[in-house]
Design a protein around this ligand. Structure first.
Ligand SMILES: [Zn+2]
Length: 317
């Protein structure tokens, strides 16, 4: 009796399988494409690496703009608030050294970020290969990825940042004086201190050449010691401007608009205009941490503001 029932059931299943259409829907994969973009800059190989995206209530975060104007500007770019905002870092292989500029947030900024290490691997590199890491500033979405489970993720790398930035964020006295920013100090200390303890943190002051072809440039305002990094090879130039811009759909047209994360909004706006003017004049590339991935492109002067022209897609030849 049981056997007969089983046989009947199996026959029914077989019939159902045979009757199923050959074009049955494939399940959706639901994982993002690997977040890296690669191009050459002279002899240097540049890889933009994405850490994920974070939804930002930019209508509330942007300052110095009339209510409603943010929504109007976003709508012009087919965007809306909360704005899904990229977090990007940049890897430069000079041929002699492997240099990373910023590392993403790791676990410090919510579950939609923290994909940096996986994307670095997908891009063909291992953390052990990174020689030096240049930090634009010590907000969590730029330094969180320096560590994994409290350990240095890049065991062979020297970490470098502007001394003023380190003096500010790694100071217990400053942390005690600014209880409202406690998480910011905590994140910076947790990310940098393992390198400090290991003797692998080397701050610099002002505009200096860090390795041949890459130099620092002070870009204060967003934070006390925010730096930008100028990358040059064979007459080609890319300036990594960190957080001099957060919302492209608003701040290219209106560079005077600042963001709540700026420690000195006036200084940040001045730095932004200076950097954009120089890029437009020099016709070189910029790379930004929060412009939509890969965040690399040219800037042109457009009336009182600017226009961003994303870099063309390219493949290695
Ligand atoms: Zn940032």
């Amino acid at each position: 009796m049981t056997v007969t029932f089983k046989q009947t059931a199996l026959a029914a299943i077989a019939a159902a399988v045979l009757a199923a259409p050959a074009f049955a829907a494939a399940p959706m994969v639901k994982t993002p494409a690997p977040g890296y973009f690669r191009m050459m800059l002279g002899d240097f190989e540049i890889t933009a690496i994405n850490d994920g995206t974070v939804d930002l209530p930019v209508d509330k975060l942007l300052q110095g703009v009339k209510p409603g104007a943010v929504d109007t500007a976003l709508a012009k770019s087919f965007l809306k608030t909360p704005l899904e905002t990229s977090v990007n870092g940049f890897l430069i292989n000079t041929g002699n050294k492997l240099i990373l500029v910023d590392t993403g947030a790791a676990g410090l900024f919510g579950p939609t970020l923290g994909k940096f290490a996986a994307n670095l691997k997908a891009a063909g590199y291992a953390p052990e290969q990174v020689d030096e890491i240049y930090v634009t500033h010590m907000h969590a979405d730029h330094v969180g990825g320096l560590v994994a489970n409290g350990e240095r993720l890049f065991p062979n790398a020297i970490v470098r940042a502007q001394k003023q930035e380190a003096d500010y964020w790694l100071s217990q006295a400053n942390k005690d004086k600014n209880p409202g920013k406690a998480d910011g100090f905590k994140g910076a200390m947790a990310s940098l201190n393992p390198y400090v303890t290991a003797g692998k943190f080397k701050p610099f002051e002002g505009d200096v050449e860090l390795v041949p072809g890459i130099s620092s440039h002070s870009g204060k305002g967003h934070t006390p010691g925010h730096a930008t990094y100028v990358v040059e090879s064979k007459g080609q130039k890319l300036v990594l401007i960190g957080d001099l811009i957060h919302v492209g759909a608003v701040q290219f047209d209106h560079p005077e608009v600042t963001v709540a994360f700026d420690s000195d909004p006036k200084g940040a706006a001045a730095e932004r205009k200076q950097a954009f003017d120089a890029a437009a004049r020099g016709r070189y590339l910029v790379g930004a941490a929060h412009l939509q991935f890969p965040g690399i492109g040219h800037i042109e002067k457009e009336g009182k503001g600017y226009e961003f022209i994303p870099v063309n897609y390219t493949q290695m030849r």
